[in-house]
Design a protein around this ligand. Structure first.
Ligand code: ATP
Ligand code: MG
Length: 454
């Protein structure tokens, strides 16, 4: 059955019509055609045409154009304050580095342009006049939920190994199956991913982790995952014979990631990595029970390396390392302890830590009394943290009703001693020894702190 015509924004219709009226062919192509066929509203509308960039400049001479990727034939037209990318039909030259074509050349053939695209679902063109142009059976693959390489999968992955990760990412986000031959070729050529820039790998990995169906993909392609994060490989066959656990380490890990659905991809990544230190820390006692003493610290060190390797920025790297290091931290569900933790890691990290602990705990043996108590504590700690935060509890230096400037003005302290005094004041407020008002803090400073500092 032919699918219904694609609903297009007015601006896209205008662009297509303009090119047509000037004697060129022009189509919507790629992700937006795929998404609209899936019944999902596209997030942008890429177009393809046989007009060259110079010819596009001529056709749209009264519009603002941006040469976003002139070398690859891409020009963006600004219409209704939105940017529409139009790319000249092209064929890619040889790929010498498994990632970038050596050269690109323009063609007047739509079919040739569609043939260079990665998957059949992404190789469909549409125009109001000609309807769907689907030389590789993409519509049927979308109906069946299948990701299939255009042409010979192994050749296509050898040309550009990023496509391997794109296949996994689309499978994770769309919930589509990777067709068997395509999947086999992806595993077979996986080592070529090492030729892809770490930044691109990271971006695909994060999109994959954000996917609703990411667990199925992680479960199905551990070999490909290990080429991206080699530190994961030892987890795959690491036993976990423990009173608290039902599953070996890798299965436990997958369940933690699963429990972090709808959480930021960074937290899912931490879930994936939180136990990477376990294989190196594993010892088995006389009763055959496994122990993993010190694994959070070892995991944190490995995570540091993984985050650096994938070129994460400092903030994300530090967050991931911190959360890994404290993933097993136990504190009593008491206000004073929660306040102290808030002071050490901040509210944002506290929430992430608590979500991680909940998912981690849920992936243990749910019938074990220690795990049951853990679950209650984790929930109680969450409530306390939220309460303290909404009450505006004082746990950071900036929460104090007294600033460093005040101390400089009101006392004879200078330099490092000011910071020291502020730290002591914060500790006193958090312990309830003094209330957080300017007067009370000054009095406390003069009577309790100054004598100890001088
Ligand atoms: P998204 O929803 O993520 O934007 P998309 O399919 O639009 O999905 P883009 O990365 O925006 O993906 O690429 C646009 C189109 O360009 C794809 O649909 C595909 O036809 C083609 N394409 C992108 N990357 C590649 C690649 N590495 N190899 C071959 N074709 C590609
Ligand atoms: Mg796109």
């Amino acid at each position: 059955m032919t699918p219904a015509p694609m609903a297009l924004p007015q601006a896209a219709e205008t662009i297509l019509a303009r090119l047509r009226d000037a004697g060129y062919s022009a189509y919507i192509v790629g992700g937006s055609v795929r998404d609209s066929l899936r019944g999902v509203l596209p997030h942008d509308y890429d177009m393809t045409t046989d007009a060259t960039p110079e010819e596009m400049h001529e056709v749209f001479r009264d519009y603002r154009l941006i040469d976003t990727g002139i070398r690859h034939g891409t020009v963006a037209v600004m219409m209704n304050r939105e940017q529409y990318e139009i790319t000249t039909f092209r064929v890619d030259g040889d790929y010498l580095d498994c990632r970038h074509p050596d050269s690109v050349s323009f063609t007047r053939s739509l079919r040739e342009d569609l043939a260079r695209r990665d998957f059949t679902m992404n190789a469909i063109a549409y125009s109001p006049e000609d309807g769907y142009q689907d030389p590789f059976g993409g519509i049927m693959d979308i109906e069946r939920g299948i990701i299939r390489a255009v042409g010979d999968p192994e050749t296509r992955f050898r040309e550009d190994a990023l496509r391997i990760l794109r296949a996994l990412r689309f499978s994770a986000t769309l919930g589509f199956e990777i067709e068997e031959e395509t999947a086999r070729a992806a595993s077979h050529t996986r080592e070529l991913i090492k030729n892809v820039s770490r930044e691109r790998i990271r971006d695909e990995l994060m999109k994959l982790l954000a996917g609703e169906h990411c667990i199925e993909v992680l479960r199905r392609f551990p070999d490909i995952l290990a080429t991206v994060i080699p530190a994961l490989a030892p987890l795959y066959d690491c036993p976990q014979n423990s009173l608290y656990h039902l599953y070996p380490v890798w299965e436990h890990t997958l369940r933690v990631v699963e429990g972090l659905a709808n959480q930021p991809p960074l937290l899912r990544l931490v879930g994936l990595l939180h136990d990477v230190g376990k294989p190196a820390c594993r010892t088995t006692d006389a009763k055959g029970k496994d122990h993993f003493k010190g694994h959070p610290e070892v995991s944190a060190e490995i995570v540091e390396g993984v985050m650096r390797d994938l070129r994460f920025d400092n903030k994300n790297r530090e967050t991931a390392v911190l959360l890994t290091r404290i993933h097993d931290l136990r504190i009593p569900p008491r206000e004073a302890d929660v306040l102290r933790l808030l002071s050490e890691i901040g509210y944002e990290n506290f929430l992430l830590w608590n979500d991680l602990q909940r998912a981690d705990n849920n992936a243990h043996d749910p019938s074990n009394p220690v795990i049951i108590r853990g679950k209650q504590n984790i929930a109680a700690i969450r409530r306390l943290g939220e309460e303290l935060q909404s009450r505006g509890a004082c746990y950071r230096l900036t929460d104090l009703a007294l600033t460093g400037k005040d101390i400089l003005a009101e006392t004879c302290l200078t330099g490092k001693a000011v910071g020291e005094a502020l730290g002591l004041l914060l500790g006193a407020v958090m312990d309830g020894r003094v209330t957080n008002t300017r007067e009370a803090l000054l009095l406390y400073l003069r009577t309790e702190i100054l004598p100890t500092l001088s």
